[in-house]
Design a protein around this ligand. Structure first.
Ligand code: FES
Length: 114
């Protein structure tokens, strides 16, 4: 099924991503890294801007997601690279409903707050 921009898309069961975990989901032609941090959901673009590493397979610690390939680190709430102010991952809206996690994809390179 094709998804239009702005649709809420069911990507996971809540239990699939326990607190402190990050999981990877393919949504159409996009890859999303979904993280659960202290009771809050965050979803950022899952393709590392360095060399395309799988951020959703990285490690999450206190809201900081580390790419498994070369260790670039991102704040999952803001999408910002921790060291470079110019590198920022697209952030998607997330909500929880009935034990499921839904995302609304932002435009590539866009942001929900833009
Ligand atoms: S591909 Fe992510 S740090 Fe290199």
């Amino acid at each position: 099924m094709a998804h239009g921009m702005g649709d809420w898309i069911d990507i996971a069961a809540v239990v699939e991503c326990p607190p402190g975990a990050v999981i990877e989901r393919v949504v159409g032609d996009r890859i999303v890294a979904l993280a659960s941090v202290e009771g809050r959901w965050h979803a950022i673009d899952g393709l590392c801007p360095h060399q395309g590493g799988p951020l959703g397979q990285g490690s999450l610690c206190s809201g900081v997601l580390t790419c498994p390939w070369h260790g670039w680190q991102f704040d999952v709430a803001s999408g910002r690279h921790r060291l470079s102010a110019t590198v920022r991952q697209t952030v998607h809206e997330v909500r929880e409903e009935g034990g499921r996690v839904l995302v609304r994809l932002a435009a590539p390179g866009g942001d929900r707050a833009a």
